[in-house]
Design a protein around this ligand. Structure first.
Ligand code: KMH
Ligand code: ZN
Length: 272
C-alpha cells in the first residue's frame, strides 16, 4: 500500500486555551508542537495562526513568524507547511488570500459553503475561481477541502470549466456540525465519487477522528489528526498534545502494515 501521509492540524481558528490548555498559539508553541508532531510521524502541518492576543489572524506577518518558528524547530526535517486559506468563519476573501503572498508550497482550498455550527462558512463559486487564480499565479499546490457530498460535484464543475486541473489532493473533513457526518458509509461514498488523478485523506471532527482515520488507513487513504479537529484522546479525556494524536495513528499504521511516509517521501508524493 502507498505510504501513509499524516497531516497534523495543530491549532485551527475556533478554539482557545480555555477549551484546550495545550493548544499551541504563539509561534514558539507552534514550532514546538510541529517539531513533536513531525518527530512522531507527521509530514504535513496544516497551519492557522494567531495574533499576539491569541485571536485568529490571516496577516502575513503572523504567518511569517509561525513559519520561521516551525522551520527553525524542525530544521533538518522540515515538514510541508500547508497554510489555511479558510481562516476563521466570517473572514473576508482578501484576508483569506493574504498569506499566500509568502508562497507556501501548499495551502487549503475550500470547495463549498456549509453551515459551520451556528455560523456560515462561505465559499461561493466566484470565491473558488478567485482562489484558483491566485494558487496558479503563485504556484501553490492546493489541498481540496471537502465537507459535504456536493463539494465533489463542485470540484467536477470547476474541472469542467477548466478552472481546476489534476492532480487533486483531497481532504474529506467530516463531522462538522452543519455538514456531512463522519459515518463510515459517507467516506466510502465520497471516495468512489472522486475524479481521476485524485489522492485523498480524511479529517474526522471530534469523535469521528479515530474511526475515520483507521478506516482511511485500511482503504489506502491518508490521515489528518490534531487539536484543530479534535481535542480529546478518548471519550472525556483531553489529548495531551498534537503529537499524542499522531503517535496513536503511527502505532495503528504499524499494526496494520501501513508504512508511514517520511517528510521527504510526502514531499515527493504531494509536491512533485
Ligand atoms: N476554520 C474553518 C472555518 C481551512 O483551514 O481551510 C475553516 C478551516 C478550513 O479551517
Ligand atoms: Zn483549517
Amino acid at each position: 500500500m502507498e505510504k501513509l501521509i499524516i497531516t497534523a492540524a495543530i491549532t485551527g481558528a475556533e478554539l482557545n486555551k480555555e477549551q484546550c490548555a495545550v493548544l499551541p498559539l504563539t509561534p514558539e508553541e507552534q514550532g514546538r508542537a510541529a517539531q513533536d508532531a513531525v518527530a512522531a510521524g507527521a509530514s504535513v502541518i496544516h497551519l492557522h495562526v494567531r495574533d499576539s492576543q491569541g485571536r485568529p489572524s490571516q496577516q502575513v506577518d503572523h504567518f511569517k513568524a509561525a513559519v520561521e518558528a516551525i522551520r527553525h524547530a524542525c530544521r533538518g526535517n522540515e515538514p510541508i507547511i500547508q497554510f489555511s486559506t479558510g481562516g476563521a468563519v466570517g473572514e473576508s476573501l482578501s484576508n483569506r488570500l493574504a498569506p499566500l503572498a509568502l508562497k507556501p508550497e501548499m495551502a487549503s482550498f475550500n470547495l463549498g459553503t456549509i453551515n459551520f455550527g451556528e455560523e456560515l462558512f462561505v465559499n461561493s463559486f466566484s470565491d473558488m475561481r478567485a482562489f484558483s487564480k491566485e494558487f496558479q499565479r503563485l504556484g501553490i499546490v492546493p489541498e481540496y477541502e471537502i465537507y459535504d457530498a456536493g463539494h465533489v460535484d463542485n470540484l467536477k464543475k470547476l474541472i469542467r470549466e477548466g478552472v481546476l486541473k489534476a492532480p487533486f489532493h483531497c481532504q474529506f473533513v467530516l463531522g462538522v456540525p452543519g455538514a456531512l457526518s463522519g459515518d463510515l458509509s459517507n467516506l466510502n461514498f465520497l471516495v468512489q465519487s472522486l475524479p481521476a488523478q485524485s489522492t485523498w485523506a480524511v479529517a474526522g471532527i471530534g469523535k469521528y477522528e479515530l474511526p475515520l482515520a483507521i478506516h482511511s488507513m485500511l482503504m489506502g487513504g491518508h490521515v489528518r489528526v490534531g487539536l484543530e479537529d479534535n481535542i480529546y484522546y478518548s471519550k472525556g479525556v483531553l489529548a495531551k498534545s498534537n503529537a499524542q494524536l499522531v503517535e496513536r495513528i503511527v502505532r495503528i499504521a504499524k499494526e496494520i502494515g501501513r508504512p508511514v511516509a517520511s517528510v521527504q517521501e510526502a514531499k515527493q508524493m504531494i509536491l512533485s
